[in-house]
Design a protein around this ligand. Structure first.
Ligand code: HSE
Length: 338
């Protein structure tokens, strides 16, 4: 059966996903019997297009590059779009809002209520409302999958849910924001903070509003997701202490180097008896520590488990194809379980 996909948000990640789907069209069919069509795309800058027979990916990418989706254009709001494009899976990729999760939260809720699977890399709904959205998905016998919300396509959530199932996670600790790690790496090489941030934006690592990255809010959302998804907590994001990298100066970087250390923005979650606590803050890490060697937009996470001890995973934490891949892996999970 061909999986019908609707995309809400057609920015960097959405376009990366379409490029991957198109590039791997034969391979996905041969290896997994996975066939797909995109029945709709809704984007607040480019407009909304919808067609039951499937939209042409090359036309979508070309029209988006020209600033407006034109072919099979439709009017109406997101709910009308979701009703008309009749997709099996809705992929939510609008901008992350960590205050109330909107508008992504309403998109996810509506799609789940209508019995559509939802895949998202949007940290708003995942960090703020994971429990209620998962319950809604269960009630409607569909999936709510969020692999791309933490470490982009590097499989953290799926790792815990799959190969590491049966382990109890005692704590997690690592580098969870690509933009800040990239900026810190560039600053160590002598680049000014503003130039490094501009480069991170150009490379597609930063959020639409990069304040979320540099003030640590993005990493805070990710540790909240880890606490709630991987460690079974019910931790509100406001309870996670948070400090970003904006106060780190070139002098601080030089001082760390003199001590044989390097600044990293560290996210951590710990289980203390029945409680789970979490934090995000810059730390000076000794140069011989494994996290010190993780540079650029790369992320790393060490998961301390009861049965296997420490398990570490290092991989991309942001980027067009990297996050596009995270969506693909969730689409395949849905395909393989249906
Ligand atoms: N802005 C995020 C980062 C993107 O830099 O890690 C991936 O969540």
């Amino acid at each position: 059966m061909t999986q019908k996909i609707a995309l809400i948000g057609f920015g960097t990640v959405g376009q990366g996903l379409v490029e991957i789907l198109q590039e791997k069209i034969d391979e996905l069919d041969e290896r997994y019997g996975y066939r797909w069509k995109i029945t709709g795309v809704c984007d607040n800058r480019f407009g909304t297009v919808c067609h039951m027979d499937g939209l042409d990916p090359e036309v979508l990418l070309r029209e988006a590059a020209n600033g407006s989706l034109q072919t099979h254009r439709m009017a109406g709001d997101v709910k009308q779009f979701l009703d008309e494009c009749n997709a099996d899976v809705v992929v939510e990729m609008t901008y992350t809002n960590l205050s109330d999760g909107e508008p992504a939260l309403s998109h996810c809720r509506y799609a789940l209520e209508k019995g559509r699977h939802v895949v998202t890399s949007n940290k708003g709904p995942a960090a703020l409302h994971f429990r209620s959205l998962s319950a809604l998905a269960k009630k409607n016998r569909v999936r709510f999958l969020i692999e791309g919300t933490v470490m982009s396509g590097t499989p953290v959530l799926n790792l815990m849910d799959g190969p590491l199932q049966g382990c109890r996670v005692e704590s997690v600790r690592g580098i969870l924001n690509g933009t800040t790690n990239y900026i810190l790496t560039c600053m160590e090489e002598g680049m000014a903070y503003a130039d490094a941030l501009a480069k991170a934006q150009e490379l597609g690592y930063a959020e639409a509003d990069p304040t979320g990255d540099v003030e640590g809010y993005d990493a805070r959302a990710k540790v909240t997701i880890l606490a709630n998804v991987v460690m079974g907590a019910d931790l509100p994001i406001e309870k996670v202490s948070c400090m970003g990298i904006t106060a780190i100066t070139p002098d601080d970087i030089a001082a760390a180097r003199q001590k044989g250390k390097r600044w990293k923005l560290i996210g951590a979650v710990e289980r203390n008896g029945g409680d789970v606590s979490a934090s995000v803050k810059p730390e000076m890490v000794p140069l011989d520590h494994p996290l010190a060697g993780v540079s650029g937009a790369t992320n790393a996470l060490t998961v301390v488990t009861d049965l296997l001890g420490d398990v570490s995973i290092v991989g991309p934490g942001a980027g067009r194809m990297e996050t596009g891949f995270s969506i693909l892996t969730d689409l395949l999970t849905i395909h393989r379980s249906s």
